[in-house]
Design a protein around this ligand. Structure first.
Ligand SMILES: Cc1cc2nc3c(=O)[nH]c(=O)nc-3n(C[C@H](O)[C@H](O)[C@H](O)COP(=O)(O)O)c2cc1C
Length: 180
């Protein structure tokens, strides 16, 4: 049976091209379910049906209501990409006010492999909270792809969100799932 990957995207530049990320993960054999932060969902509002068609699943961005059933199949792995500075720091502080944080923050403590690849500039990354949050995520077993094998942050105003290396993110998940 095809394994299920939750691809969780925040409102950072490459979220505009998250369909590329979906296709990269699908090409690696994953059944991809897409979860967007509420801010990222706003960016896709006019084109949400395209993502539903591409993934074959509802695209989630809000916590369900208490009486609603789960809409997505159980995840075999999760990838938070692009991970914004805001989501990184909220997650590191234990705040899960979005479904996009709630899912991976619990899953990593339930034996589900979780990877995260950031996208923010060096000025954002210079905030002391960023290094602390990355360390906190790593302590919990999250594979944070913030170096040469993942995404190395860019100078302010010099980002190229279209060139976000989705392949590195998918390769990271592959290594994680293989236990490497
Ligand atoms: C056009 C635009 C581009 C943005 N790009 C980034 C980015 O690349 N990285 C980042 O960390 N935040 C970026 N932000 C700021 C985030 O969208 C903002 O911090 C938001 O609260 C993130 O929320 P989320 O993590 O729940 O999606 C951008 C905002 C806008 C309006």
């Amino acid at each position: 049976m095809t394994r299920v990957l939750y691809l969780i995207a925040c409102a950072a530049g490459p979220a505009q091209f998250v369909d590329d990320g979906v296709r990269a993960a699908q090409a690696d054999g994953w059944d991809v379910c897409l979860i967007l932060t509420p801010s990222a969902a706003r960016w896709w509002e006019p084109r949400m049906p395209d993502l539903v068609e591409l993934t074959g699943h509802p695209v989630r961005s809000q916590y369900k209501l208490p009486w609603e059933k789960d809409q997505l199949p159980k995840a075999d792995a999760m990838l938070v990409a692009p991970m914004s500075c805001t989501t990184l720091n909220k997650w590191g502080a234990g705040i899960s006010d979005t479904l996009a944080i709630g899912l991976p923050s619990e899953a990593v403590h339930m034996g589900v492999p979780v990877a995260a690849m950031p996208y923010f500039n060096r000025a954002q990354g210079a905030q002391p909270a960023v290094a602390r949050s990355i360390a906190v995520l790593r302590e919990q077993g999250v594979l944070v792809l913030d170096g040469p094998d993942g995404y190395e942050s860019h100078q302010p105003k010099q980002g190229n969100p279209r060139a976000y290396p989705w392949g590195n993110a998918v390769a990271g998940v592959r290594r994680l799932v293989a236990g490497g």
